[in-house]
Ligand binder design. Structure first.
Ligand code: SF4
Length: 117
């Protein structure tokens, strides 16, 4: 999904789930239990990819989005940035730094699995 529309939210499986699962305030094992339960809901959600794209682009700093934790999204963004830098270097050497931009904006390299664990 290349835009920031939010129409997909109405189809989210989490609409009928406990919101606390997606924004755990507990720590340790209690939080892990909530995160696991949230991931299970996300695993069956038909707008999981749209949700993850949203969370990555905003970026959402809190909560479970698209089956990912904030820490996982940070790691995925860092991996994407590193990949963009690696991709940009050859084009700079060729004198066309903007040429591969379109191909570099699709997907989230290094994104964690969005399947429930
Ligand atoms: S992927 Fe998860 S957080 Fe996102 S809309 Fe679906 S159930 Fe909700």
């Amino acid at each position: 999904m290349s835009d920031l529309s939010t129409g997909w939210r109405a189809a989210g499986s989490c609409l009928s789930a406990d919101p606390d699962l997606f924004f755990p305030i507990a720590t340790g094992p209690a939080a892990m239990k909530q995160i696991t339960m949230a991931r299970q809901v996300c695993a069956g959600c038909r707008v999981q990819q749209e949700c993850l794209d949203w969370a990555m682009r905003m970026p959402e700093a809190h909560g479970i989005w698209g089956g990912t934790t904030p820490e996982e999204r940070i790691r995925a963004r860092r991996a994407r940035t590193a990949q963009l830098r690696r991709t940009a270097r050859p084009s700079l050497a060729q004198g066309s730094p903007r040429a591969p931009l379109a191909s570099r904006t699709h997907g989230w390299p290094g994104a964690p699995s969005i399947r429930a664990s």
